[in-house]
Design a binder for this molecule. Sequence first.
Ligand code: MCN
Length: 746
Amino acid sequence: MVTGRGRYVDDVQLPGTLSMVLVRCPHAKAKIISIDVGAAQRAPGVAKVITGDDVTHLGDVFAMRVPGAQVPPHPPLEREIVRSAGTPVVALVADSPARAADAASLVQVEYEPLESIADPEAALQEGAVRVWEHLDSNVCYTMKRESGEVDQAFATAHKVVSLRVASPRVAAIAMEPRTVLAAPDAMGRGLTLWLATQSPHLSRTFIAAALRYPENLLRVIAPDVGGGFGSKAGVYREDILAAFLALELGAPVKWVATRNEDLISTTQGRDMVMDASLAASSDGTLVALKVHAIANMGAYMHFATALPPMYQLTMVSGCYRIPSIRSEIVGVFTNTTTTGPYRGAGRPEAVLVIERMVDQMARELGLDQIEIRRKNFIPPDQFPYQSATGAVYDSGDYEKALNRALEVGGYDELVRQRDEARARGELMGIGISTFVEPSGGAGFESGLVRVERTGQVTVVTGASSHGQGHETSFAQVAAEKLGVPIGQVSVVHGDTAATPVGVGTFGSRSMMLGGGAVVRAAERVVDKAKRIAAKLLEAAPEDLVVGDGGLGVVGAPEKKASWAQLAEAAYTQLAKLPEGEEPGLEATAYFDNKLEAWPFGTHIAVVRIDRDTGQLHLQKFVAVDDCGTVVNPMIVEGQITGGIAQGIGEALLEQVIFDQSGHTLTGSLMDYAVPRADTMPELILDHTETPSPLNPLGAKGVGEAGTNGSPPAIVNAVADALQPLGVKHLDKPFTAPRVWAAIRRT
Ligand code: MCN
């Protein structure tokens, strides 16, 4: 990948491929009065032009349903009223991308712009204009968790602190924009889709359902995928349209999003405002928490639009024992781009709110920000621990990670530096975030381990790497179980025709569930191999152990059978098999967890702020993470580093901005700022290891930890830096104008 030899969907070149271009509505809300596609149809190279009227028989984009949620229609093309800018109304295919784009510019659509609304709080007001007229309000769903004596605890508490904390909207800027290539099979049976997706198996199910097409005739291949960060987990209108047009025309159809299309039509993340109150006794013991969150859903429901607020709801108490909690969310429709999971998916919002509250409580009680955390951490001997919101944490040792971070970060020296800087009138702040997050949910994952005839090993997983390096870490898991060099193992993933039914890669689930399945499958292969080796070596199966490229007899190192010899018996010399043993040397396993595993960590950020310009300089960043047993240290470090880079982007630079009506002002990378190499400070990374009891590897997820832990550390650091000026709280992103304005207001 680093040498540029990755193969993305757009690198797949099939003869006769047609290019699809979409005509998108420029208004945040508008009625379609008329569509004239005549000139476009007559344009050179055009093969077909369709409007919403041509696809009324197709199903909607799939959206996960949560109890009580209002799920409005989400057809491939809108035909009456469009509810967010960028929604497609016409799809057109031509024999080249340029001719398709030229023809699309000839399509005439007459709209009647309608009143629209972008602000979720305004959308909740009595009499607010409706995003969906047929629904009784703009509320998509509400949810509440309550336990303990919340009101009484607040009434009698020594101290109550309250804050309004916002987590503004950000976009997943995957290196590879969304792309699809749909091709009918040459022999006339079936359809293959090359799709930049995180979940080929889910995509196959959802697209087949929308097309009313047999699932077993649809094959979805995710070749190398240039990132997804949650936004490529479900399917989109364009995927369904390309598949439909390929079947209609009997020719391959390709669509590649432009960066602008990605920025207006790919699901975006965060966009929550949380009103929180925390109650404590005089010694800093936390007694009750209330959080009311408003989550902006955008206009349409996507695969997992409903999910992030639900995560936020259940994990608001973080690493702390808080006996009484009321946690509420309201998901609101607005005329904006649809939201959904973005690396963390509700976890960063929850971490942000609780970590801000705990810091603020320490400040207002005059306590040390480290001590208040230590005092309230769930102690290691209380796991599994059920929080007041019903979440069950599997294992943890939060103080250990905190102590390690203080040590490797040189915390005492940092405090000395900050106090000296402060005495000189400079703005310097240290922020701590001690966080915990769920990982490994959403059902099962599949794994297959096959010893080939030559003794080489193939691992097949239903998970789908799109930057996580499963090719390395899953090979490592199998290599260890079978006692072979990692170079002897190859990993197959991302192809529904080549893998057992799987789910996909999101929610930091792959190592726990996919890795768990690979372990189980490898164990089954070893069990069978032991029976075969027992006959070959005239030993008892119980006396055989894995090692050195095959199986050997304990205490008799010369008596061993290599995997190649075992495979020979399993595939060619069948007479060597024990009586009644089936040929073949492979096994498939499906692994699931009823519960999620909870990785955790401590991140520390050190910031300096220029008083005159508001410019923030991130001086140092320390991250100690605990993802249970670390399988591959280099990959884990890479995941943490990438996550922190995104967290830093979110804290310092990134924000999707809409005007009042819902037009995006950040439709290109000229307007939407992403972190670059020179945004990154030196990172000091370390880890502790607290295994999870939930899977055979003891692993917890790591893919989202960097993004969850880092923004709150920076937000707390900014609050610390601005504290001498009397600024209680400032929301991210900390662009110079925003920080400067806050300084000027004091
Ligand atoms: N790993 C390990 N030891 C552990 C845990 C994980 O060695 N204890 C390894 C795994 O084997 C895998 C990697 O770390 O190679 C990440 O594993 P895991 O935490 O299970 O997460 P997933 O593989 O399920 O990846 C999903 C996660 C999410 S939710 C987002 S969003 C995200 C992320 O991963 N998007 C990414 N990392 C990304 N990295 C890249 N390059 N691109 C994205 O889009």
